[in-house]
Design a protein around this ligand. Structure first.
Ligand code: NAD
Ligand code: UDP
Length: 313
């Protein structure tokens, strides 16, 4: 049995990760300031004596004795991370310094939830880990992209300078139950709009692509990465299936039997045109890990979650 700290544990991915780690028999400390996370994501875990919930902001030092740290604290949806961009950068950078300092002091292994956004609007397609990316340092996405890039730098420097046992994963667009209806990312937006019979809001002409990963596949990859020896990453974790936003909208409309109409809206600045992970490294280093759940298979439980959520309102 390990003691594990999950920062951002009440968020979408964090809540699935906490549940998985508890099911494996670990003691889990979930730390969150509820900026985008919600207690209802983890309320069903509160009766578990191995689960502890702490309200704390990762930009302030936190002391605890654990064996492993998963550092997920950071808003991930563009409207949320752009709401207070200075705080977003602080969360990534100061949060990483605080958690790396903790890991160094208590000799814990620490995993950073980095992102495909470190590749920016990529010239290399599909993206592989050796690509340094094409990121605007002064745009509206920079607080997130550059914050995450700086966090990767800090992780590598604590590794080289202090021998901290680090792991870096680069997560590609992930979706599933426990996303907020007002999260603002494309999968939750389209599903909520389709279920309410509202217009589907495509930004730009809808030909931009993303690769969508169901959350269970990601959590499997995260725990496998944490268990590796002699491998820091960064490693891509994503589903290589690539879809345009028009294809996604059509799939969501058909799976929800919705009468919603597709509408087009201005494309936000610096919106990447295409994104798809090369997962060769993950397969090699994580015992053949690869996503098992197709977009359609993952959309079904996600739609069911939102349907139930909206019906309860
Ligand atoms: P989310 O917004 O649901 O979860 C983030 C969690 O971090 C929330 O619970 C939030 O309250 C918490 N948080 C934010 N600032 C904090 C702070 N200062 N102190 C403590 N807690 C704080 O987003 P998510 O999709 O679950 O993302 C989790 C992590 O994975 C993030 O680091 C994100 O950058 C990364 N990621 C996610 C995706 C994706 O597609 N979902 C893709 C790439 C990377
Ligand atoms: N998008 C869209 N309609 C929405 C929300 C997002 O067309 O209601 C587009 C967005 O412009 C982007 C893609 O969907 O091209 C993915 O957006 P998301 O915010 O989910 O993630 P990210 O851009 O960070 O990959």
């Amino acid at each position: 049995m390990k003691q594990i700290l999950v920062t951002g544990g009440a968020g979408f991915i964090g809540s699935h990760l906490c549940e998985r780690l508890l099911n494996e028999g670990n003691i889990v400390i979930c730390m969150d300031n509820y900026f985008t996370g919600r207690k209802q994501n983890i309320v069903h875990l509160l009766n578990n004596p191995n689960f502890e919930l702490v309200r704390h902001d990762v930009t302030f030092p936190y002391y605890v004795e654990v064996d492993e740290i998963y550092n997920l604290a950071c808003p991930a949806s563009p409207p949320h991370y752009q709401f207070d961009p200075v705080s977003t950068t602080k969360t990534s950078v100061i949060g990483a310094i605080n958690m790396l300092g903790l890991a160094k002091r208590i000799k814990a292994r620490i995993l950073q939830a980095s992102t495909s956004e470190v590749y920016g609007d990529p010239f290399v397609h599909p993206q592989e880990e050796s690509y340094w990316g094409n990121v605007n340092p002064i745009g509206i996405r920079s607080c997130y992209d550059e914050g995450k890039r700086c966090a990767e730098t800090l992780f590598m420097d604590y590794y080289r300078q202090n021998n901290v046992d680090i792991k870096i994963i680069r997560i590609f667009n992930t979706y599933g139950p426990n996303m907020r209806p007002d999260d603002g990312r494309v999968v939750s937006n389209f599903i909520v709009q389709a279920l309410k019979g509202e217009n589907i809001t495509i930004y730009g002409d809808g030909t931009q692509t993303r690769s969508f990963q169901y959350v269970d596949d990601l959590v499997e990859g995260m725990t496998r990465m944490m268990a590796t020896e002699n491998f820091t990453g960064p490693v891509n974790l994503g589903n290589p299936g690539e879809f345009t936003m028009i294809e996604l909208a059509e799939k969501v409309i058909s799976l929800t039997n919705s009468k919603s109409k597709i509408t087009f809206h201005p494309l936000p600045a610096d919106d990447p045109k295409q994104r798809k992970p090369n997962i060769t490294l993950a397969k090699e280093k994580l015992n053949g890990w690869e996503p098992k759940i197709s977009l359609e298979e993952g959309l079904r439980p996600t739609i069911a979650y939102f349907r139930q959520y909206l019906n309860a309102q």
